[in-house]
Ligand binder design. Structure first.
Ligand code: ADP
Ligand code: MG
Length: 282
């Protein structure tokens, strides 16, 4: 496949892949960590296709490779072998910089450890990705950030620093920030891990709404109630996929959408700086 200019064509690529090929396509992905203590193969040849409009849940015991899988899909770490395609782009062949650009344009990432910027206010944390993307005016960015904070129910804390928030509130802030640029793909690693059940349900309701609007979600969770809300659940064990189950909620998948392009596509044109690990100091 000929490499595309993703600065201008990501939106089109996302729309195209939504119709024909998977939005995320992992082919025989192996990840081996080498350290002084020896080597650990965290992913042992994963094949996974995620289509536009899916709400994919990744589950499995601690140490089964879930976070490693997230790091492969988001390009935050390199695979040892195999192919990783996102929105038609061969991430496995991309430089770190090119990967960061694609990630910024197509994905919102909620990290297991939040990765909030401690010197910025809650509101500024959400505005920052919008500032990089230059899609919105300052005024729009502020309005949009406030709306996102309202959606995750922490708007009253907008002017505080993240350290003044509880763990659950920080988690919701991380979710609001991941949604800042209306990413086509939302990747979330245990985003309800430190939330009480009422708040967790509110967050998952929000994710279901996003899927209905045409977004694609890859969500890692331990929580069986959360997993039930997905359109497909895959289970990892020792770096292998040992199960893949579609739920009745598959009504959420692409054919159920009135207009997959509406709001679900990646941002157009402008520069986006990733909110990945390398860019934060939390
Ligand atoms: P999960 O998210 O399902 O708990 P991980 O993907 O974090 O699992 O880890 C999968 C396996 O890879 C575990 O055995 C873990 O110890 C190992 N691992 C993860 N990250 C590293 C790393 N940076 N260096 C060495 N081993 C790692
Ligand atoms: Mg993990």
């Amino acid at each position: 496949m000929v490499e595309q200019d993703f600065n201008s064509n990501t939106r089109e690529a996302v729309l195209r892949t939504g119709e024909s090929q998977p939005l995320i396509n992992l082919r025989n992905v192996v990840k081996t960590y080498n350290s002084l203590a020896g080597s650990v193969t965290a992913l042992q040849g994963i094949d996974l296709q995620v289509h536009s409009g899916e709400f994919l849940v990744v589950t499995g015991k601690s140490g089964s490779g879930k976070t490693t899988l997230v790091n492969m899909v988001t390009g935050l770490d390199r695979s040892t072998s195999g192919e990783i395609w996102v929105a038609g782009a061969p991430l496995h062949r991309f430089s770190t910089e090119k990967t960061a650009k694609l990630r910024g344009k197509t994905m919102g990432v909620v990290f297991q450890s939040f990765e909030l910027l401690p010197t910025l206010t809650v509101l500024q944390n959400v505005m920052l990705p919008m500032d990089f993307a230059k899609r919105y005016s300052m005024r729009e960015a502020r309005q949009r950030a406030m709306q996102l904070l309202e959606q995750v129910q922490i708007a009253e804390h907008a002017r505080k620093l993240p350290t003044a928030l509880s763990g659950g509130q920080q988690q919701r802030l991380a979710i609001a920030r991941a949604l800042a640029n209306e990413p086509a793909i939302l990747v979330a690693d245990e985003p309800t891990g430190s939330l009480d059940s009422v708040t967790a349900t509110a967050v998952i309701d929000l994710f279901v709404d996003l899927v209905r609007q045409g977004r694609t979600i890859l969500l890692v969770t331990h929580d069986k109630d959360v997993a039930k809300r997905g359109s497909r659940v895959i289970t990892l064990a020792d770096g292998e996929m040992i199960g893949s189950e579609r739920s009745e909620r598959a009504a959420l998948s692409a054919e159920g959408l009135e207009d997959p392009a509406a709001g679900g596509a990646a941002s157009s044109g402008d520069e986006v700086v990733s909110k990945g690990r390398e860019g934060t100091h939390a």
